[in-house]
Design a protein around this ligand. Structure first.
Ligand SMILES: Nc1ncnc2c1ncn2[C@@H]1O[C@H](COP(=O)(O)OP(=O)(O)OP(=O)(O)O)[C@@H](O)[C@H]1O
Ligand SMILES: [Mg+2]
Length: 285
């Protein structure tokens, strides 16, 4: 195919040898299948910042560590230089997250560098070597749905133990290779410790997975892994292999049946006395 201009520098540097095809364009990026020597890889080219409103929302960026303090100072000012620094920090967030998560044992595409705004990573393929489908494109037997759901939940736990929350986890951002689910699309990854929306984003991610896999294994729909995982995490008790039940009792003191019965008894007694008084008053007249 004709070389997309954004990939030309990578060909010049010898990082890629050929551009094979373009995958379905996402909202925020274009992904190409490229050949590097004799392996195929995925090259993700981010769209201009003006076309990436959603994932760049401040909600996702709160609490991100900007490693370079000169950059952090520049970003806090609204100068053109500050904006350029903010853009570079945003662009490198996905490759940083991929390296971090690959180290933590999460099933993500292995990254192979970030050059001129292009992320190079393993191409995820299916059993036939074709580009892997997204979860949202497959039908699953209940047993496989339960197995894949458990694998994704385990990866969510590993991610959180590494300090990150996906923030946009859905059946469109999980691919299926021969072994199971592979999580992709992480530029918006949220710093779990420093972000005030961390808890709700984790719950949303986990609930999305319960809803998706629940189509094939309905008992998953009412599981409460998100709340359970967050509770362990916020008490400092979450580990990559923490055992989970999917059940969670809200922290409010559980309703005490005897207390409730006493309240009802009391209301009945009051009502009885009121009727007695009414009757007595009528008899007096
Ligand atoms: N490593 C990979 N291997 C195979 N296919 C990939 C890979 N990375 C991305 N894709 C394909 O490219 C599509 C777009 O990638 P991705 O989700 O990262 O980009 P995006 O533009 O941010 O997406 P979105 O529309 O969710 O915002 C994916 O849905 C997937 O089908
Ligand atoms: Mg996506």
């Amino acid at each position: 195919m004709k070389i997309p201009p954004r990939l030309e520098p990578l060909l010049e540097y010898g990082l890629i040898d050929e551009v094979i095809t373009q995958l379905m364009s996402g909202k925020e990026a274009q992904v190409y299948v490229v050949r590097c020597g004799d392996t195929l890889r995925a090259a993700k080219v981010y769209k201009e910042s003006t076309k990436r409103s959603f994932k760049q929302a401040v909600q996702y960026q709160e609490g991100r560590n900007v490693r370079n303090s000169r950059r952090a100072r520049a970003m806090s000012k609204k100068t053109r230089y500050g904006q350029k620094e903010a853009e570079e920090a945003w662009l490198s967030a996905e490759v940083d997250a991929l390296y971090q998560l690959a180290r933590a044992g999460v099933r993500v595409p292995t990254p192979h560098g970030f050059v001129e705004g292009v992320l190079l990573m393993d191409l995820i393929t299916d059993a036939d070597g074709d580009v892997a489908p997204r979860l949202g494109e497959v039908e699953l037997e209940p047993e496989l749905a339960r197995k894949y759901h458990a694998m994704v939940i385990r990866d969510v736990v590993r991610m959180l133990c590494a300090g990150l929350i996906h923030g946009d986890l859905s059946e469109f951002n999980v691919l299926l290779d021969e072994q199971g689910p592979v999580i992709i699309d992480l530029p918006q990854a949220v710093n779990a410790a420093g972000n005030n929306s961390a808890r709700s984003m984790l719950e949303r991610d986990v609930d999305n997975m319960a809803r998706y896999f629940g189509q094939f294994a309905p008992e998953l729909i009412n599981t409460r892994y998100g709340k359970e995982i967050w509770d362990l995490y916020s008490n400092g008790d979450l580990h990559p292999d923490s055992s989970l039940s999917g059940e969670f009792t809200d922290a409010e003191t559980p309703a005490n049946v005897r207390d409730v019965m006493n309240v009802i008894d009391d209301a009945l007694r009051q009502e009885f006395l009121r009727l007695e008084r009414l009757k007595a008053a009528r008899e007096e007249n």
